[in-house]
Design a protein around this ligand. Structure first.
Ligand code: GLN
Length: 497
């Protein structure tokens, strides 16, 4: 059984389809792995053993009847606890939703189930996806499987850690400012933020609606593409969902080439705050792409300097509005409802008890930025800066097909190191946030280990809106070249657990 957890999703699906192994056996192997290691890793908030086995049995029954199976049927997956799951708890890493059982499935959840993908459980995350380390979870931190004393990134640290610890071959994350790509980078896995509107937000608990985007996480580029194809596509239940064909991501991942490609390197993404080993691996990746036949173009995107500040006005502003629905009246936690207190008092006591410090900080910041008299100075300026970032990318993509950048300035930092320093925490997303502001697509994939600490480094590939397939075409070429040279960091240098 042990070797089943080392296989890729594509290999597992092929073995299930051929009858070599049953979906139930594959699921049991992963549940056994979770039993063995999750006490240390804490990737999961909830393991749905019965639900997973029932889904696996359904796949096996379908196969026995000779019915057609989807390309990932029978493959287990770890779902970020921000997607609603009918009958299965959904907490968003917050006490305010503790004990809530959603009465419906998110569109992403529905599509996973329809594809025969087996949902193992719900993964840990920073409360309401606010954070870069998973330390803001109300249910305790997740460890990085490469070194359990370090952060697995955030907010989707649980999803990334489940992949790196071989508890699941596939996972789903959400990326508002980097929460898929940054955890992928620091755990040596692959994570993709699709074009905004590419994957439905229906049933995905809202943080910052103009930035939030669900996407695939995996250990290989092809696995991420296969999962992307399952969850993407138009959804009438999400008004910002793009009504156009999904870019041909699987074909691109299978083609894997960088020949003749124009690749931009943004000169602003280096300097102070960037770890030497991260930049060394980045420079090697640029050299590798040149060897693979790409033309390298140096670019300047001066407005990126304002991106972090703009994000930390826009995201809190939207969150202050989105989180108003947690009022103790409709669902979730209710504190102080003794019959004597007013509804306002109960709401206020519940929000005081139910939200953690980072969520409160953002609600206060956002409410302030949107208040009359300050609106133009803060929110208005941030929107102008956002437009400048969009224009910098538009100019870049007149000259190049994709932009290359480090995913994070540093490798995984120790748990606790930045917990009391929000500014240091926010800087973890320096290289990922501009992509969300522009609504475009990006991938992080492993590009080796940093020489100074032996921890994974992520390479970020950025493509224009609705050109998500370019990420996979280049990503697969880079992955194959790395593999030929050094071996795959995760598949062959598995962290000891
Ligand atoms: N770390 C960023 C934040 O705290 C991004 C989070 C995310 O992408 N969900 O807002």
């Amino acid at each position: 059984m042990a070797d089943l957890i080392r296989l890729t999703a594509a290999e597992l699906a092929a073995r299930v389809a051929s009858g070599d192994v049953s979906a139930v056996e594959v699921t049991e192997a992963h549940l056994a792995r979770i039993d063995a290691v999750d006490e240390k890793v804490h990737a999961f908030l909830h393991v749905d053993r019965e639900g997973a086995l029932a889904q696996a049995r359904a796949v096996d029954d379908k196969r026995a009847k000779g019915e057609p199976l989807g390309p990932l049927a029978g493959v287990p997956l770890a779902l970020k606890d921000i997607f609603t799951t009918e009958g299965v708890p959904t907490t968003v890493g917050s006490k305010i939703l503790e004990g809530w059982i959603p009465p419906y499935d998110a569109t992403v959840t529905k599509r996973l189930k329809a594809a025969g993908i087996v949902i193992l459980g719900k993964t840990n995350m920073d409360e309401f996806a606010m954070g870069s380390s998973t330390e803001n979870s109300a249910f305790g931190p997740t460890g990085n499987p490469w070194d359990l004393t370090r952060i697995p990134g955030g907010s989707g640290g649980g999803s990334a850690a489940s992949l790196a610890s071989f508890e699941a071959p596939l996972a789903i994350g959400t990326d508002t400012g980097g929460s898929i790509r940054q955890p992928a980078a620091v755990t040596g896995t692959v994570g993709v933020k699709p074009t905004y509107g590419g994957v439905s937000r229906y049933g995905m608990v809202a943080f910052s609606s103009s930035l939030d985007q669900g996407g695939p996480c995996a250990r290989t580029v092809l696995d991420a593409a296969l999962l992307h194809a399952v969850i993407a596509g138009h959804d009438p239940l999400d008004s910002t969902s793009i009504d156009a064909p999904v870019p041909p991501v699987v074909e691109a991942a299978r083609a894997g080439t960088a020949e003749g490609l124009r690749v931009g390197v943004v000169k602003e993404f280096r300097g102070e705050g960037f770890q030497a080993g991260v930049m060394r691996r980045f420079d090697e990746s640029v050299a590798l792409l040149r060897e693979l036949g790409a033309e390298i173009v140096e670019l300047s995107c001066p407005s990126f300097e304002a991106a972090l500040a703009a994000y930390y006005l826009i995201a809190p502003s939207e969150c202050s509005s989105n989180l108003a629905r947690f009022d103790a009246i409709r669902y979730g936690l209710r504190v102080g409802d003794d019959g004597a207190r007013s509804a306002e008092e109960v709401t206020s006591l519940t929000r005081e008890a139910g939200f953690g410090p980072e969520v409160k900080r953002r609600i206060i910041l956002g409410t302030y930025a949107l208040s009359s008299g300050y609106y133009e100075a803060y929110y208005g300026s941030a929107q102008k800066a956002r437009t400048l970032v969009v224009r910098d990318f538009a100019r870049a993509f007149e000259q190049v097909d994709v932009v290359l950048a480090p995913t994070t300035p540093t490798t995984a930092f120790p748990i606790g190191e930045r917990a009391d320093d929000p500014m240091a925490m926010y800087r973890a997303d320096l290289c990922t946030i501009p992509v969300n502001l522009a609504g475009i697509a990006a991938m992080s994939l492993p590009c080796g280990l940093a020489p100074e600490d032996g921890l994974p480094v992520g390479l970020q590939i950025i493509a224009p809106a609705m050109a998500d397939d370019r990420l996979y075409r280049v990503g697969a070429a880079v992955e194959a070249a790395f593999r030929a040279r050094w071996g795959h960091p995760i598949l062959e240098e598995a962290p000891a657990l």
